[in-house]
Design a protein. Sequence first.
Length: 506
Amino acid sequence: MWVLRYVFLLLLIPAMGQSPTARQPKLVNPSLQSLGTPINTLAYSEFAPTISADGTTLIFESDRSGRWRLYSSYLIRPGVWSDPKDLEAINNKVEPGDFLGGPCLSYDGTKLYFTSNMKGSVGGVDIWVSEKINDQWQAPKNLGRTINSVGYDGFPSLSPDGKKIYFMREGVKNSPTGQRCCVLMVAEKRGAFFINPKPLPAPINTGCEGYPRIMADGKTLIFSSWRTGGKGGYDLYQSKLKGQIWETPVPMDFINSPMDDELISVPASGDVIYLSNTMSNNKDDIYRLPLPKEFQPEKVVMVEGVVQNEATGAPMPATIKVSNIKTKEKLYEVTNDSLSGRYALYLEKGKKYDVSVTSKGYSFQSEVYDLQTQIPDKQPVIKDIVLEPLKLNATFRLNNIFFEFDSASLNKESELELYRVVELMNSNPTMVVEISAHTDDMGSDAYNLKLSQLRAESVVRFLSTHGISYARLVPKGYGETTPAVSNDSDTNRALNRRVEFKIIRL
């Protein structure tokens, strides 16, 4: 038993950043700023920080209680952090001799992934997850055999869309300093599980890697590696995904030192880096420093809000789908927090997105985010969503239906919205709807009435050619007769140019 524990500790010491007594102070980057108290302590170590996407929540490891546990703190105001809170729902599940570390917050802040060999592990060291519900972390769950092996799997990092998880798996050799070399892996989510973990290709894996972090753009990876040309020990490297190819990793020499440089965390803003560093007394503290522009990920726009039930005003569960509106490619799909209703998206600048929110038994809501030219000044963008129950005579606006100028011809960018109508009709096979088109007050009454009727018929034709019976679709043009708002400004006229569907039979 003692021999097994000894071997196990040898394996885990690198993952914990080595024991405080075995490490030596690193060279100091002049830009390093200690987070100070109450995050850092005089007598104990603080290690492996993970920062939330919005930069306001910090979770880290510390041995301040006599053994390694996870703690969380929130930003009260710039430079001032709250007293760290013991994550008891996780920490109390770990026995004194077990390992616990490597925390990573999901980008939406609702899940905390970490590393442990606690009771229930399927291998030697596994990846676990705790979900945040009603602002409380829940009892951890093992990610299971679809991702965890019989050996060491740890220090996970979740992609911003929640579809991929990067982590390190035990390798077959040690570094020259005795550190356990690992292989960087990635697994994709299928349903509720991450499956089919695969090694990242060269030039990422060269034989001795660890501690991956995927940035908010989903394609910038920072990791540690022992490789030729480094400063000594593990060094930090960055690589970007171009299409399906990882670029040659670039050493992050603004922070690399002759000692081991390992785990970091970067918020969605991409302009600052958090890391643990041994500065004095052979103990780790947590620091921050600016991330040089050449290492910053692609800029993203944060969109967040709450999904609510229109009938009750209560938060509700929903699915949020994000697509490239021009290519029709579905970029990712996430679910919101089922109890709070909160969701968060990270959309790369320079693209145009179609975002839809759906829930069974409700109509959908959709928005177009044009981040090619319309870049929000303030972030995050707050967008609360209200979903209406499907009921007789309920009317819903189709936000993303576009026509060619002064024409009944549907724009290609309308197709994603129309496919959602097809999906809704197929899910409710007895539903009959009126498809109505409306105009503003520019032009004659007769002309607007005719144009709106043609546009309603154009939508019905699209739906019918995609499997919806004509008998379930009633086209109706209203021209300018039923404005949603007064036609007293360009903004209001745009609101009146719309297509709606009304449930006339369920």
